[in-house]
Design a protein around this ligand. Sequence first.
Ligand code: NAD
Ligand code: MG
Length: 392
Amino acid sequence: SEWNEPRTISVLGATGSIGSSTLDLVRRHPEAFRVEALTAGGNVEQLAALAREFGARYAAVADPDRYAALKEALADTDIAVGAGDQALVEAADRPAEWVMAAIVGSAGLAPALAAIRRGVTVALANKETLVCAGELVMNEVARHGATLLPVDSEHNAIFQVLDGERRSDVSRLILTASGGPFRQTSREVLERATPEQAVAHPNWSMGAKISVDSATMMNKGLELIEAHHLFQIPEERIDVLVHPQSIIHSMVAYRDGSTLAQLGLPDMRTPIAHTLAWPGRMAGPVEHADLASIGQLTFEAPDDARFPALGLAREALRRAGRAPTMLNAANEVAVQAFLDGEIGFLGVPETVEAVLDRCGIGPIAGLDDVEEADREARALTRSLARRARASA
Ligand code: NAD
Ligand code: MG
């Protein structure tokens, strides 16, 4: 029949860039969706306003000190509230058929896993989850029959292009990269790059952490690891290609000589709409890329000398075990130290490399191993950043 029940959805990280884009789409289709749970890191005012607007049944804030404020902000509603890590997991546990995992960093792992373990559809924006616990997450997806839909534009592009193709016919994945704000910046100037310059991305508007990752190109390194887990393709068959216009979001090369690409303007509402409507399509607000007016799509190889982060991620993926977990945690801490003005821009990959050099080998058998490797890397990174500052 034409008549469909609204789809019940939850948005983890509702106040962020991806969360806002997701809710923008939901706002345009009020008949199609019902919101179950929304979460935020600490912004209680924005979370409460969204929970009201969308008629959510549950709102959770990560910061436990914000519980009273959230409760008070929603006191005149019947929206249930929670605070702290356990409340984020409860939000993911609530009965939604579709969950957007858009918390930033490894803080998003436990809630994402909780949604996966309900066997529902999880739209995954939070790439750090797959970097720090890729095998574990993919095993849980298979074990619980969950559907994992990649939101990251590159992986969403590959997912669309792989649709119906046999994995054994794939020769290579080609991840495109904009090159970020410093694509043409010399090493001498990078040395003095400020947080303000680093977060000013030429094509995409994003949260601060991923914007710095784009500037160092660690973002593409994290995405390489993400692609490896999502699509089960070995590291040596995943290429990175700089494409400054960000129109081609990624490509798949097949063994018969064909290369297939997905194109669109750089607006995350396109891949998010794809995951909201999958396996169908929905009307979206983004115009098609007008190629005649864009005129040229250009490509270049990444510069490993100015952007060592990509090589560090490849190295971590080859070493496997706890290395990618530590790479991710070291990067999260180093990016925050850079944003706080404690280390320089080039100090970010340097610190990550120093942590990788010291991290030793070891398997990741369960969440405990992830947490231990994550904690160890964070402590090591903080002490290296302190030392760097002291000698500066
Ligand atoms: P953001 O910083 O704009 O938003 C992050 C969200 O997580 C916010 O709701 C914030 O309140 C919440 N949060 C922050 N710290 C938290 C914590 N410790 N515990 C619980 N919640 C916390 O980030 P974003 O740009 O929306 O990115 C979200 C995720 O999506 C990241 O993993 C990023 O790599 C990925 N991603 C983003 C884009 C993009 O265009 N923004 C594209 C691809 C992938
Ligand atoms: Mg991306």
